[in-house]
Design a protein around this ligand. Structure first.
Ligand SMILES: *Cc1c(COP(=O)(O)O)cnc(C)c1O
Length: 399
């Protein structure tokens, strides 16, 4: 069986983990601090906070911005549950936006009509690693009309004076948009280092801060860090080297990254541009080559005049087919020994969201893109022969 997306584990990251285990310091400490610095220089962000997941990062940003009951947060219908669940955790209401007609990413044309005086945040998702058009999103939220509509209720909201753009970049570390990397395309950006993501620490995530000059990024970093560790005035390392006594400044959460995770991340980030991204790019090109002869398959858009993907998901479309037909194809492909996947079943189709009154009929593009989608295996150790085999299987199954 060709797996879908196994993590790349080799001697280098195994050695690094052993070193941390033997060092006597396994929780948040020097490796996590170093990993934050490295992500900061990689992305150009003002500050970076590492956490135990992207979900934690999304939630912390919403908490920091004061999102609560009565507020609305605009999220794409076409995403993983994390993007919307965190809005529910805060007691606020997710307002779904449909995908663009020809791409999984949210339809920017529909944003204007969805923003109300309750909207506090928009969470664009870079689906598959392809960045959203952030300039266009900012153009809307900074327009005089939308700024007037914004009703600040916390000091942070007052300071920003408009809807916050929080990028869910769980897929898009290393992607490009107009000469900039993800991490500095939105006010706040959250990466995921979950086991299936391009860069993994087993589980993990990071918040990149890129706020306007009305904010002090180091203050925001300190506050988010406090929120991530029970509001405790000193972390374990600071207690060890100083006075034992600490205070609880606010009722925070427990979202910190461990040094075991960070050390894997350090190994992976070091070789991300030189090794991981080029190999994924090659795999994309090979799929393009092998599948373009099949007129039933539409290969994905992952590069245009101002954007380039992080090569996270190779998402094909089979135009005109039903959900049942797609699932039938997937079964046949799996039976031939190839693991494929679907990204994503839109959230308005999920039981919980249905009970909240959301209906998929209101998101026709997301529904169509979902019913016709199959994601193919992409991972570092996938060989050219395996890419060829996967393609052959697809060309056999999908006439
Ligand atoms: C994986 C994923 C997340 C959540 O990441 P975790 O690190 O597992 O919390 C959020 N959004 C999207 C789009 C994802 O694919």
């Amino acid at each position: 069986m060709i797996p879908f997306s196994p993590p790349r584990i080799d001697e280098k990251n195994i050695e690094a983990v052993i070193e941390v285990l033997k060092s006597g310091w396994i929780t948040t400490g020097p490796k996590t601090q170093l990993f934050e610095q490295k992500i900061k220089s990689y992305t150009g962000a003002q500050e970076v906070l590492c956490l135990n997941s992207a979900t934690a990062g999304l939630e912390l940003v919403l908490r920091w911005f004061g999102v609560e009951k009565g507020d609305e947060v605009i999220v794409p219908a076409y995403t993983y549950a994390a993007t919307a669940n965190v809005v529910i955790h805060c007691g606020a209401t997710p307002v779904f936006v449909d995908s663009a007609p020809n791409h999984y990413n949210l339809d920017i044309e529909q944003l204007e009509s969805l923003i109300t005086d309750k909207t506090k945040v928009i969470i664009p998702v870079d689906v598959g690693g392809f960045p959203c058009d952030y300039d266009k999103i900012f153009e809307i939220v900074t327009s005089e009309k939308q700024v007037k509509k914004f009703k600040p209720q916390t000091p942070e909201q007052e300071k920003l004076g408009r809807v916050l753009i929080l990028s869910d970049a769980a897929h898009s570390l290393g992607a490009w948009y107009k000469g900039k990397r993800t991490g500095i395309l939105a006010d706040m950006t959250v990466f995921s280092f979950h086991a299936v993501k391009n860069l993994t620490t087993a589980e993990g995530g990071a918040i990149c801060i890129n706020l306007p000059s009305s904010f002090d990024p180091s203050e925001v970093y300190k506050h988010l860090r406090l929120l991530s560790l029970h509001g405790q005035s000193k972390d374990a390392l600071a207690k060890l080297t100083g006075n034992w006594e600490y205070d609880i400044l606010l009722p925070g959460y427990k979202y910190n990254m461990t040094d075991i995770q960070a050390t894997i991340g350090l190994v992976e980030l070091e070789r991300y541009d030189s090794d991981m991204l080029p190999r994924r790019k090659q795999i994309f090109s090979l799929y393009d080559l092998f599948l373009q002869q099949n007129s039933s398959i539409k290969t994905p858009l992952y590069k245009d005049e101002f954007r380039e993907t992080s090569y996270h998901l190779y998402q094909i479309q089979i135009p005109g087919i039903t959900e049942e037909k797609r699932n039938e194809y997937i079964k046949k492909i799996m039976d031939k020994g190839v693991s494929v996947n679907v990204h994503f079943k839109p959230l308005p189709m999920m039981s919980f969201y249905k009970t909240q009154g959301y209906q998929i009929q209101h998101y026709p593009n997301a529904y169509r893109l979902y019913t016709q989608e199959i994601s193919l295996p992409v991972y570092y150790t996938l060989t050219d022969e395996q890419v060829s085999m996967v393609s052959k299987t697809l060309n056999q199954v999908i006439p």
